[in-house]
Design a protein around this ligand. Sequence first.
Ligand code: GLC
Length: 584
Amino acid sequence: MSTLRLFYLILAVSASIHAITYDVTVPTEWWQTNVIYEIWVESFKDSDGNGKGDLNGIKSKLDHFVDMGVTCIWLPPIYETPMVDSGYDISNFIAVNSLYGTLEDFDALVTAAHELGLKVIIDFVPNHTSDEHEWFVKAKQGIEPYYSYYVWNKGVYYGDYLSYPNNWLDVFNDGTAWEWVDEREAYYLHQFSVHEVDLNWRNPLVMTEMKNVLTFWLDRNVDGFRIDAVPYYVESSTLENETRSDKDVDSTDYIYLNHTQTKDQPENYPLVQEWKDHINNYTASKGNDKVRFICTEGYSDIDYVMKWYDYGDDFPFNFNFIRAGDIANEAVLDTAEDIYGIFVEWLDNMPSGKTANWVLGNHDFSRIATRIGLYRTDGLHMSVLLMPGVFTMFNGDELGMTDTYLTWEETLDHSACSATNTTYSLISRDPWRTPFQWDNTTSAGFSTNSTPFLKVNPNYLTVNLATEKEADFSHYKNIQQTIALRNTTVWREGTVDVELIEDQVVGIARQLDGEEPIVVLINWENFTVTVDLDNYFDGLPNELSLKIADIYSGLSAKIEDTYSKSSIELPEYGSMVLLGTTSA
Ligand code: GLC
């Protein structure tokens, strides 16, 4: 079956009392109902006591995903790397990072995951190679074809003074995106760190090389790819300067400029289509009906993001709970209206027949529990999990893990190390990359080593998987129970209606004839509210029963209580999942 097959035919079909009901067509492929779990390999589970996570560690913990109901794991770069950017600086695309294990370990992990019914996707990082990649080592010596794999420029003379080709900046706030190489008497381009050299996507040989990379991993039976940094592949060939933004920041700061020449260029889109075609051709050539999918990472305005759907992308990550469009602007999650707005913005803009998706956290940005407060995380998880489409979760978020304070001396992230000891904390991505909290033993059960590569969050004594599994109510149990509801017909096929209630509650109803509806209510404010669902949703039964509740508001004590739909009291920050009966 084709992965391009139309799935969520989301159309505004009928106006309920206040808002639009979106009709959801039936998912036909496995990936369309996925909960994807991002494993930050370095901090997930250490199997050999060296203080760093590895592939065998992951293999030893696969039952965690099965227990939670996760269906697909995503491994960020596991390739050979000098680890300047946690492995996104790749020195060999077809070898495994020796810190993480071997190719045999990778194969064993994929096999073990498949045996448990789990899918495995990996990161594909086509924008750049490490400066230690053999291609770049040869390019620096002027050896073709490798020299032309990268973007070079001789610079501009102002009198006798040689300067950068233009004012472009790198994303990591290091300043110029150009680096001089004496041997070549030229600059190379790097949109990310100076050690991540941009590939020249105008050179067809680069496409050939990277398709070979895809084939290599397809041969190892992966189920799909998360494609890295899609807005950055091709830059404007005119090399025009970028204009000054309205941000009052240092001139080396990435957001000092408007990135009209280096980001979201139209030439990026067909590249993704070509990779997708390559993957489909590979599958067809094997004569089997294995279905693989791709998803893309890009922080851009909604129009640029939605366009990926038209270029072979099964879905572009929906980062709107993390960033407001551009990478520079943090998402505003202050009010119920903000949350409501994020839900409807995606559904309103998504091309018809496509798969929606929701992301609350990843390895690049502060944890959701830190950004919105623990009181609100259960509710937000309930809502994104019960919306139609894919949900992508960052490891540890299922426990309510929060960012960890790290000193300047403890900081490892490249982007922060190039800052100062007063500014590093604004930039470092280490606080959310600390070890996974398995239990309350040494290093939170992450490693037998008591000094792991990043320190464990001191809250591990209470915030850990073992404790949360034992508790009657916990973040983990709530997530597990909510994921289980995704196996219902009403979740798969039911309409979705999202409402802003009394300006402080987000309400979601999933309904289908003959099935028990699912209703999610989250009170985003710190005061009690009573809601009358009749004012907002058509067709709900008179009585609803409380099935899942957040762990702080006291609602857990009311599980299985019955509520009249016309009067539901939500305490401050209270959130609930209610199920109805079909008799209205
Ligand atoms: C993506 C990754 C990020 C990495 C960057 C450069 O944005 O998510 O972690 O630093 O690409 O590869």
